[in-house]
Design a protein around this ligand. Sequence first.
Ligand code: DX5
Ligand code: ZN
Length: 221
Amino acid sequence: MKNKISASLMCADFFNLKETVKLLEKHNVDYLHIDIMDGKFVPNLGIGSDCIKALKKHTSIPFDYHIMVKEPDSIIDLLGIRENDIVSVHYESSSQIQRTLDNIKKYNCKVMIAINPATPLCVLEELIYYIDGINLLMVNPGFAGQKMVDNCKKKADKVGRIIRKFKRDDIIFEVDGNISFEHAKMLKQFGANMFVAGTSSLFLDCNLEQNIGKMQVALEE
Ligand code: DX5
Ligand code: ZN
């Protein structure tokens, strides 16, 4: 599977969103990572449904929704999910997570489980049959610009091993939070194949075009 870049939109300059999205298109960035938050599951607010609708009208880049909302079933119909999109929901966010995963599948999109730094990885052994991918958080989600939580490097290694144990080489293994160029290279070795690029890489020093190139090189090497 080709390594994919998912540009974290919450890290973009909102005053220049149109120019940013055009540049991401021009350089064939694979996904727009859309952080959706409710101020309860995580202590922040993310990108709202009207903003998503406006964006959907003007870009053909597929969306990589990262839903950080308590009981996400109540909001998924507001998001304009399409077939080529990806949706991840947190294990702890739903009282019946398998039902939630099934509910999202009605859009024929790819569905992923999001794993926090302290979520036990044994849950993957139960859920792996129902998912197209794993979004492994390298930080506690909610805010851009955080440092990778210490144990997450080991955790990424373990996730790679679980994927191999279940012979799921088709699976999307996304990593999210503090994905610098260096961290991307390191995580790629554990089998990560989709990289959320935020303030640690693409949106560093307002040099988007150059940073896209640097990330593409880091993922090819
Ligand atoms: C964390 C968010 C990420 C984050 C990634 O809650 O899901 O999308 O913005 O960017 P940086 O590089 O700032 O961690
Ligand atoms: Zn995210």
